[in-house]
Design a protein around this ligand. Structure first.
Ligand SMILES: [Zn+2]
Length: 271
């Protein structure tokens, strides 16, 4: 599943090829993704793409008359291809630009979404329920500590909750808690301000590190045979249950929390 760093890298990868370009055609080959694609998307033909932004895991393509939101869901990939590149299975949506570049969404499982915010208004409240961006200044120790006060939710589930902070997926929650030395099962409201401060710093660090590692894949966004949007990373705990801790060599413990895999070191991580 693409996580926040992949979506951020996707934004960086596609932007230079489509910004300030006029939409020549909007092609929808399959209208029913996670939600139906609204017919209004056809009206952006003739408009110039002003900029590409990201909010949580949504790519936001900003036009004069509104904003096109694209979410990659479980299996979506997006890339920029030349107009001669043949359409393949699951290429559900194209935005063709007058410079010959096409932004093409491929999504085998169809959990992705293409949505339209007319006049940039969040009519369905898709964006309004989201918490702060983890890499913004709004996400800081004062904020997270206040938010956690009295909460009896395990800290890992708490971090993965969108109203608290967006974009901290399972991989990054596991990794940040390991680096902060905090047990994933600790109750959010029981963690000291000092350790919350460390946690905020490690969340920002793991996401920034993933984005910079993903930077090496930028060229994949313009290769028709590339597999953009997913990149290999060096991880301390995620996917390593039963293997030795890279710090102390204790066997890493694997449990389930809210139906998601949690891996931690019972020696390095404390309540
Ligand atoms: Zn350890």
């Amino acid at each position: 599943m693409p996580e926040l760093p992949e979506v951020e890298v996707c934004k960086l990868g596609i932007s230079p090829h489509i910004i300030n370009q006029k939409v020549d055609d909007v092609i929808v080959r399959f209208w029913q993704l996670r939600w139906p694609i609204p017919k209004e998307v056809l009206t952006i033909k003739g408009e110039v793409l002003q900029r590409v932004e990201r909010r949580s895991k949504y790519l936001m393509l900003v036009f004069e008359s509104g904003t096109l939101l694209i979410h990659l869901g479980m299996s979506g990939t997006i890339r920029v291809v030349n107009d001669g590149v043949a359409v393949v299975k699951h290429d559900h949506f194209d935005l063709a630009f007058t410079n010959g570049n096409i932004l093409r969404l491929n999504d085998p499982r169809r959990f992705g979404a293409v949505l339209w915010l007319p006049e940039h208004k969040d009519i369905d409240g898709v964006l309004s329920k989201l918490g702060p961006e983890p890499l913004s200044e709004a996400f800081n120790a004062d904020y997270l500590f206040a938010c956690a006060k009295g909460r009896k939710t395990p800290i890992k589930n708490f971090l993965m909750s969108n109203p608290v902070v967006v974009g901290v997926g399972n991989i990054y929650a596991n990794e940040a808690l390991f680096l902060a030395g905090i047990l994933p099962t600790s109750l959010a409201g029981s963690i000291s301000k000092r350790r919350i401060t460390i946690l905020v710093d490690t969340i920002k660090a793991v996401l920034e590190s993933a984005i910079s590692q993903g930077g090496t894949t930028l060229k994949d966004f313009t290769q028709a045979d590339g597999k953009p949007g997913y990149f290999a990373q060096s991880l301390n705990v995620y996917g390593r249950g039963g293997e030795p801790c890279l710090v102390c060599e204790t066997e890493l413990t694997e449990i389930r929390q809210s139906n998601r895999t949690t891996v931690y070191c019972k020696k390095c991580q404390k309540k």
